[in-house]
Ligand binder design. Structure first.
Ligand code: ACO
Length: 329
């Protein structure tokens, strides 16, 4: 395969469960209110997968749609990256089920665990592999069924997260289109701020871990809030600078949808006008690694993202991980 001068997204697709959980539904489960959730997070509703749904099944739906819109056949794929912290099962990788389900060749397919930053991590890998000439078409899927790991007795987490999957087919594009700059980070000193205590090698599953509700997401939200705002601003600025692009030149900013107050704070610090920022958190909640591709898919379908537009994406999540990517659509 010959080297490509640029890599970009050729098509997107998504799969959202039908079931909607509103703030009023949550009022019946935990001591919370629509007013608190709306004011503190901007979320009004989120999706929840049916018991018969599972991560790879939604990935295959989203992947098929992305391939169709890209005009790429499953057998033409050279790599599948599934970004998820809510896999089908601990072993094997969810990407193996996606590869088989899509009818792709026996290509390199693997999972990537970087939480909310995962799609951008995957995008960065796809960019490198395509530009080096090692691969031509890469499917990157951001997939989360976080409702399976939520404690519906813990009001500090269960109101925030939702389920959803979205995918992008990456391939060679002609400049000026394509990925212009990316930058990714991890700082494990904050790992204990957002984690699932049991089910791994540190604390394997026992009756006690189940009774102690240690298989659910635990989060120190207010600690993360400060780190998130600072990191998202810094990495967004650096990516713009490395591409020689100013904030005024941006057509669209897609931040990870963690909290509307985080989005507003980052927007203000960057000096962006509100109409340049996309948000669907009111309808979708925080879907971790599916968040950015769900936004991309919605923007691409609605015409909010047009050929030639400059779009900046930035994300922050468990690990902690964070990163940003600048792309000309
Ligand atoms: N309803 C009502 N009250 C609540 C709720 C709720 N759902 N949740 C918390 N409270 C209460 C708390 O108990 C606390 O009460 P107290 O003052 O009596 O102790 C009060 O509200 C304030 O709690 P804080 O946690 O300080 O609330 P905050 O304003 O920080 O909002 C939130 C919490 C929404 C979690 C916010 O901190 C946040 O969004 N943090 C960032 C999350 C993030 O970025 N995560 C990383 C990405 S996710 C991923 O990677 C998977």
């Amino acid at each position: 395969m010959s080297q490509a001068t640029a890599a970009g997204i050729l098509g997107t697709g998504s799969a959202l469960p039908d079931k909607v959980i509103t703030n009023f539904d949550l009022e019946k489960m935990v001591d919370t209110s629509d007013q608190w959730i709306t004011e503190r997070t901007g979320i009004k509703e989120r999706r929840q997968a049916a018991p018969c749904d599972y991560t790879s099944a939604l990935c295959i739906r989203a992947g098929r749609e992305a391939l169709k819109r890209a005009g790429v056949e499953p057998r033409e794929l050279d790599m599948i990256i599934c970004s998820t912290i809510s896999p089908d099962m601990p072993l094997p990788a969810t990407a193996a089920f996606i590869q088989h389900g899509l009818g792709a060749r026996n290509i390199w397919s693997f999972d990537l665990a970087a939480a909310c930053s995962g799609f951008l991590f995957g995008m960065t890998l796809a960019d490198q592999f395509i530009r080096s000439g090692r691969t031509r078409y890469v499917l990157v899927v951001g997939a989360e069924l976080l409702s399976r790991f939520l404690d519906y007795q813990d009001r500090s987490t269960c109101v925030l997260f939702g389920d959803g999957v979205a995918a992008g087919v990456f391939g060679p594009v002609s400049p000026p289109a394509g990925i212009l700059a990316t930058e990714m980070h991890t700082d494990g000193q904050y790992a204990g701020h957002l984690y699932i205590p049991a089910g791994g090698t540190v604390r394997p599953a026992t009756c006690e871990t189940v009774k102690a509700r240690q298989h659910y997401i635990k989060m120190k939200g207010n600690e993360l809030f400060k780190v998130a705002v600072r990191s998202l601003e810094d990495v967004s600025r650096r990516v713009l600078e490395s591409a020689g692009i100013t904030v005024d030149q941006l057509d669209l900013f897609i931040p990870h949808q963690a909290n509307q107050r985080i989005t507003d704070a980052v927007r203000e610090r960057l000096g962006l006008k509100p109409d340049k920022v996309f948000s669907n958190i009111d309808r979708i909640g925080n879907t971790s690694s599916a968040s950015i591709p769900l936004c991309l898919d919605e923007c691409a379908r609605s015409g909010r993202l047009k050929k030639g537009d400059l779009v900046l994406m930035s994300a922050f999540g468990a690990g902690v991980t964070w990163g940003a990517a600048l792309m000309r659509w």
